[in-house]
Design a protein around this ligand. Structure first.
Ligand code: HEM
Length: 455
């Protein structure tokens, strides 16, 4: 008789609800790896949960058996219109197809110019405010603008020029709320239909209100951005974008297609915002701790590019150390430490363990990227560990960007946005630790990952 994978003690009806970590779940799951191993089973009020703590097991299941591991858990809050949260099926496929054709490797050169331009604008804005007393808040706002500008432009043809732009502020607000509702512990509650009717005074019910606001907020910003592109297309003033290209390729797009496209475009925007912002902020933080790595990366840029021009995406292949620095940032500070949950569509068996249908599958990416069996001295920030080889760096990127049919469609775009901004910044600035008002250097604090889905 097959048994369930090991895991914390389960009680009748409640299952292992008391053990389910509320915050930083990836850390608890990583500690449990020592006790229970690579595959851990939990049950929260009858909802089966499987945590995967090894990249090779994740590939065996979520890549090789992707025909049954590509569903998403069904949130009772109804936030499943955009395709990252959609059930595996026709609507998901249509939305994904609508945007992924513009994000495949062969389409990347079309976006190079925008990504390079926005990287240079970011650096210029930072340099022209060099006397400003930067706080983590003001830096974050500039980073948000620098990263978001490319994705807004490519998705909607919308030019972002200010940290206070209404669409930018509304979108980051939506993402903040999304992260609160998608936290591992909260997500589980969201999957349990009975809890939809929790009275508002009950502990844990706060997320339902956030989810309701989130839904109306994202629908508003998504609709307005899409309409903005359509109006510009009608006036023949539209800047080429994913939306304008998809709309113009259909002579008279049906209402259904327009609706799917607006969800798909907003999915790309939302998918590319916090993830890239988190990666770039982690890069800045790490550079304040490692001046020697900055020097080495800058020397590589100077050798390859000279000092008469700035690096561009065309130089990416010739800058393996800069690519390794970015990869090492993604390894130690993955923006989605628990990946994104999948849902198992039918009963399965793995290494003599029974995995029940409808299990919510959490790949513990955070542990996989610190697995001492894969990465020597994993806690040390060491870009040289890859020997400049893409095949070695792929051990990180093949995990950070998810698994199987749900793998991140924005992966190449994300890598290029980050590369453009990192290379431009390294070529032009020295990143120093923060100082207080007297100019004395302050100790850089390790950024505490957010408690939500996106750190
Ligand atoms: C450092 C940057 C990024 C990271 C680490 C990242 C990571 C991820 C991960 C882990 C997933 C879930 C994969 C799975 O379910 O196994 C995902 C899905 C997704 N990502 Fe990204 N992403 C990044 C940037 C982007 C960008 C720039 C875009 C858009 C241009 C994007 C669009 C999406 C979309 C639409 C999905 C949903 C895919 C689906 O459910 O079929 N992401 N991403």
């Amino acid at each position: 008789m097959l048994s369930l994978p090991p895991g914390p003690k389960r009680w009748p009806f409640l299952g292992s609800a008391f053990h389910m970590p509320k915050h930083y779940a990836w850390r608890t799951f990583s500690k449990w790896k020592e006790i229970y191993g690579n595959i851990i089973y939990l049950d929260v009020l009858g909802t089966p949960i499987v945590v995967i703590n090894s990249a090779s097991a994740a590939r065996d299941l979520m890549d090789k058996r992707s025909s049954i591991y590509s569903d998403r858990p069904r949130p009772v809050t109804g936030l499943d219109q955009t395709f990252p949260l959609k059930q595996y099926g026709e609507a998901w496929r249509t939305q994904r197809r609508l945007i992924s054709q513009y994000l495949v490797p062969s389409a990347m050169p079309e976006h190079h110019m925008i990504q390079g331009e926005e990287a240079r604008k970011f650096v210029l804005r930072v340099m022209s405010n060099r006397d400003l007393h930067w706080t983590s808040k003001s830096l974050r706002k500039q980073v948000e603008l620098g990263i978001a500008a490319s994705i807004f432009n490519v998705t909607y043809g919308y030019p972002l020029n200010s940290t206070d732009d209404t669409f930018l502020r509304q979108s980051t607000h939506v993402m903040d709320d999304f992260c609160k509702t998608a936290e591992a512990g909260v997500w589980i509650v969201d999957m349990i239909p009975q809890l939809k009717y929790m009275p508002s005074w009950m502990p844990g019910s706060g997320f339902l209100k956030i989810a309701r606001d989130l839904r109306s907020n994202y629908e508003a910003v998504m609709k307005n951005l899409f309409q903005w592109t359509k109006d510009n297309l009608n006036n023949e003033t539209a800047i080429p974008s994913i939306c304008s290209a998809a709309l113009s390729s259909n002579l008279s797009p049906s209402q259904e297609l327009e609706e799917q496209l607006s969800f798909a475009a907003f999915s790309a925007l939302a998918g590319g915002l916090d993830t890239n912002i988190s990666t770039f902020l982690s890069f800045i933080f790490v550079m304040t701790l490692h001046p020697e790595i900055q020097t080495k990366a800058r020397a590589e840029i100077d050798n390859c590019v000279g000092n008469l021009r700035l690096p561009t995406l065309d130089d990416k292949e010739s800058l393996p150390f800069v690519r390794s620095v970015i990869t090492e940032v993604m390894r130690l500070y993955p923006p989605t430490p628990l990946g994104f949950p999948h849902s198992l569509q039918q009963d399965d068996v793995y290494n003599d363990m029974f995995l029940p249908k409808k299990s919510i599958i959490f790949p513990n990416v955070w542990y996989m990227l610190r697995d001492p069996e894969v990465f020597d001295k994993p806690e040390i920030f060491n870009p040289s560990r890859y020997g400049g080889l893409d095949s070695e760096m792929q051990k990180v990127t093949d995990t950070t960007f998810g698994f199987g049919r749900r793998v991140c469609p924005g992966r190449y775009f994300a890598e290029n946005t980050i590369f453009a901004i990192v290379a431009t910044l390294l070529a032009t600035c020295e990143i120093l630790p923060p100082s207080d008002s007297t100019g004395k250097e302050c100790k850089s604090e390790v950024p505490v990952a957010g408690t939500g889905t996106i750190a």
